[in-house]
Design a protein around this ligand. Structure first.
Ligand SMILES: O=P(O)(O)OC[C@H]1O[C@H](O)[C@H](O)[C@@H](O)[C@@H]1O
Length: 301
């Protein structure tokens, strides 16, 4: 798996989410099917960090020039649960005045509840979908888009024609997907879309651009640090006998160590879910609680 062999035999693909956690200067570089995977990963994660900083600093604004205060991640399955779990665990570290909400259920109650009380001028939607074809996600994204136009109009913002509506979408929607052509069809500017690769299984994608909501709300360093031990792009250096810096080799042991903090978060979430199952009345509407939704099967997806 770590070497990029096509161990997904049904789809003849590499299974390479592990590459998301490789140090920026791991040697030798990971080349799979002629493609330098390390370069690809660092390029996208660099864009994620840069965009997150623009939102956090207020350089990126909504259509009326206001700083973003809420990011709403719209996704399901792997495009939802990893970020939800990490946000639940690390929410106290949100330090830029930006909170995150997560919409996944196709029951319109979900988007209704998650947009309740939001100021459209300070809300940024992230449509997260590996395929950009998932019914739940695209339905919720369309509902969110309609909510945005209606709520902006109610606030006195002119979104009366197609060009103004498109401008509103450009300011308030970004996307994470492997299907950037479909992102453009939805009306999201591809320059505000963050890609990943077919070799990242959805359920393992939290360390990819799918974690954009975390990078914005918690900060790129907090997002990048836990599974890696150090901020992304600044891996520890070792020195050889002559004192010269050497790049780090990257092997299975280091990979495991870099995952430990995330695993701790996952264990904490699993324990909370178990506690919620045992004592549902003490729990809020956790997406992984069997009691959280009228559609328990969907809730557990
Ligand atoms: O990210 P998407 O393409 O929208 O897919 C979202 C989810 O869809 C289904 O539930 C699959 O079983 C998941 O593995 C996937 O993560």
């Amino acid at each position: 798996m770590l070497a990029g062999e096509h161990i997904n035999t049904t789809e003849d693909r590499a299974v390479l989410h592990t590459a998301l956690r490789r140090p920026a200067d791991a040697e030798p570089a990971l080349v799979v099917d002629g493609q330098n995977v390390d370069e690809d990963v660092q390029e996208v994660l660099g864009r994620v960090a840069e965009f997150a900083e623009r939102v956090r600093s207020g350089e990126w604004t909504g259509i009326t020039g206001k700083k973003v205060e809420t990011v709403v991640n719209i996704g399901i399955g792997g495009s939802d649960l990893g970020p939800v779990m990490v946000y639940e665990a690390l929410e106290p570290y949100a330090n830029a005045g930006i909170s995150a909400r997560f919409v996944s259920n196709i029951d319109p109650t979900d988007i209704g509840q998650k947009t309740k009380g939001l100021d459209p001028e300070t809300t940024l939607f992230i449509v997260a979908s590996k395929t950009f074809t998932t019914l739940e996600t695209l339905t919720n994204a369309r509902l969110a888009r309609t909510w945005l136009w209606e709520a902006l109009a109610a606030a006195g913002v002119d979104v009366s024609d197609d060009a103004k509506k498109a401008d509103a979408v450009a300011h308030h929607f970004v996307a994470v997907s492997t299907a950037l052509d479909k992102v453009a069809d939805f009306g999201i500017d591809p320059t505000n879309a963050f890609g990943f690769w077919d070799w990242v299984g959805g359920r393992y994608s939290v360390d990819s651009a799918i974690g954009l909501s975390l990078a914005i709300a918690l900060g790129p360093d907090v997002f990048g640090e836990p599974p890696r031990g150090l901020p992304r792009g600044r891996p520890p250096r070792r020195r050889d006998a002559a004192g010269a810096e050497r790049s780090r080799p990257h092997g299975p042991a280091e990979h495991l160590v870099r995952q430990l903090p995330w695993l701790a978060v996952a264990c904490g979430s699993a324990l909370r879910a178990a506690a919620c199952t045992a004592s549902p009345h003490t729990c809020s509407n956790r997406p992984w609680s069997p009691t959280a939704s009228p559609c328990a099967g969907t809730a557990l997806r």
